[in-house]
Design a protein around this ligand. Structure first.
Ligand code: ARG
Length: 577
């Protein structure tokens, strides 16, 4: 069953707010045996207002009638419940309103914000693995949704392109020769390159010395060293771009704001913290002690801003980054789509930035945290050889597996159509498996499940969409002609589908409020399920006249919401499969 309750809650909220004299009252809409739903919000509100619950419930009903937000039967029952049965004609008008709207009923945000989404952020000369998949996919979905509701969105790819390992990486590059190194890296053998450099570093004092000297040269801006560093960055980002284009995400080179971009701001971080009296010297390092953090022994935990030997670190560049985002860009909402292990680091960075006044009132920095991707053994996902699997290999396997499924389902398709569909299906399956579980939880990477045409999966939603497209293709109907139709909402399944379609706006709002794409996934799954119920019980092409037209209009609108919803998740919806 689709969740009409969410829709009703959204429709009832303004009346509850009016009675309460404040915004954001929860109407507490719950399922009911006797009605479409019951709203129990008057009970809590009565306490707040010091009135009797029945009184408040009556006031809400009167307000709903006055505003005309919901047409139907509203009755106060029991201690102060409101039972609601909406009129079919009311649902029909609402559906027609949404069908005529290019935004499918999704309202623009009341207040547009300047939102920075920090996502993907792989490290130069290191392989992209499934952790980066999560950040990339979740971040990209949030980017699409924030843009859709009218916020100004700035993508930032905070790649790891600075720090001591670059000494050994550059020396290894010199040993290999630039051409040879370029060949390794462009093949995507990033981990191999890194490991070889590391092995030399561990084995040879001479190499170690060269690497150290190279870091100094890099930091002091030596031109040749910078050129070699730039080459490493470029070769790695070219490889990241291959993965991004496979994944169909919005990131481009223009979005790269790596750690090195903040080098010029690092000493200012130190100076400003010093001037504010926030710095403490500890074992020769400059640190800040934000209140509330302790180590295992209960001692205060420092955020290290400058290391003993004068070097800056990850925390320093993240502080410079906050300053840049707030003071130069003027962002008032900064989302860090970063794995759970960095929770403490980010929380300390945010706290220090607040103490220093770099995150003023009204500017929010949020850690959009996520869990791990696990193998079937519920341990960190490993490839057959026991290594962390390369993201690009996972994606290629997904497309290959989807290709088999498409060939089986629809053997008549032309080869290039098959390839295009396999790509949408395979990539969609991987992305959806990631997006559809609550991001804070771990999930098990399971090919069978994610590629299944049943259940809460991308193929199920894509198939529901393609099936509707095929109805129109078979009947040769121009879909756009249906968008002015006011449907007839009579059958139980028609009501359920109408209510589901009307829930798109609140599903998007709910997703954005919690930065949790799985909420949109759950909604789309419920919508597709409502459609299946409708399609099984309500003949469409076999119906006559106005009923046929009405049902075709419901089909069209369902397909549009599915397509748009998948698009907001970064997933394609083929017209046939
Ligand atoms: N490059 C880092 C990693 O792979 C993630 C960076 C996240 N963003 C940030 N502003 N710290 O773990």
């Amino acid at each position: 069953m689709a969740d009409p309750l969410v829709t009703l809650a959204a429709l009832l909220q303004p009346a509850f707010d009016a009675v309460a004299g404040r915004s954001g009252v929860d109407p507490v809409v719950r399922p009911s045996d006797r009605a479409d739903a019951q709203a129990n919000g008057a009970l809590a509100l009565a306490k707040e207002l010091g009135r009797s619950p029945r009184d408040v419930a009556e006031a809400v009903v009167a307000e709903v009638r006055r505003r005309g937000d919901v047409r139907g039967t509203l009755e106060v029952a029991g201690p102060g419940f409101v039972n609601i049965v909406v009129d079919g004609s009311f649902l029909a008008d609402e559906v027609a309103r949404v069908a005529a709207d290019d935004r499918l009923g999704v309202r623009p945000a009341a207040r547009a914000r300047k939102v920075i989404v920090d996502y993907s952020a792989p490290n130069v000369a290191k392989e992209m693995h499934v952790g980066h998949l999560r950040s990339t996919v979740i971040g990209d979905a949030l980017v699409r949704m924030f843009e859709f509701v009218g916020h100004q969105v700035i993508r930032e790819n905070h790649i790891g392109d600075w720090g001591t390992p670059f000494g050994m990486l550059i020396e290894h590059l010199i040993d290999l020769g630039e051409d040879e190194a370029a060949e390794h890296l462009s093949l995507g053998d990033l981990d191999g390159f890194y490991k070889e450099a590391r092995a030399k570093f561990d084995a040879s004092d001479d190499f170690k010395e060269r690497a150290r000297a190279r870091v100094v040269a890099l930091q002091s801006g030596d031109a040749e060293t910078r050129r070699l560093w730039q080459l490493l960055v470029q070769l790695s980002t070219e490889y990241f771009n291959l993965v991004y284009s496979l994944l169909d995400v919005r990131l481009t080179d223009a979005d790269i704001m790596g750690e090195s971009a903040y080098n010029d701001g690092l000493s200012a971080v130190l100076d400003r913290l010093g001037a504010l009296g926030l710095l403490t010297e500890s074992d020769g390092a400059e640190v800040v002690f934000p209140p509330g953090y302790t180590n295992r022994d209960g001692d205060p935990l420092p955020l290290i801003v400058q290391k003993g030997k004068g070097g800056f670190n990850y925390a320093t560049s993240d502080l410079a980054c906050v300053i840049d985002r707030v003071e130069r860009i003027g962002s008032d909402l900064i989302l860090y789509v970063v794995g759970a292990p960095q929770a403490q680091h980010l929380s300390m960075v945010f706290d220090v930035a607040r103490l220093a006044g770099w995150l003023p009132e009204g500017t929010d920095a949020v850690h959009v945290s996520f869990g791990s991707v696990l193998g079937s053994d519920r341990k960190m996902l490993k490839s057959r050889s026991g290594e962390t699997p390369k993201l690009v290999e996972l994606l290629e396997e997904a497309i290959a597996r989807a290709g088999e499924a498409v060939a089986e389902k629809n053997p008549e398709l032309a080869d290039d159509a098959k390839a295009a569909i396999a790509r949408m299906l395979g990539i969609g399956a991987v992305k959806y498996a990631d997006l559809s579980t609550d991001r804070v939880r771990d999930y098990v990477f399971d090919w069978e499940r994610m590629l299944s045409f049943d259940g809460n999966t991308a193929p199920y939603l894509q198939y529901a969409h393609a099936r509707i497209c095929s109805i129109f293709r078979r009947a040769g109907i121009d879909r756009s002609s249906l968008r002015a139709v006011v449907p007839q909402i009579v059958e139980k399944e028609e009501r359920a589908l109408a209510l589901a379609v009307l829930g798109f706006d609140s599903a998007v709002a709910d997703t954005l409020e919690r930065y949790s794409p799985h909420r949109l996934c759950t909604y789309l799954y419920e919508l597709a399920t409502a459609f299946t119920g409708f399609y099984e019980h309500c003949p469409v092409l076999k119906a006559d006249g106005e009923v046929r037209e009405s049902r075709l209009a419901l089909c069209d609108l369902t397909a549009r919401v599915l397509e748009r919803g998948l698009d907001l998740l970064g997933i394609g919806a083929p017209e046939q499969m």
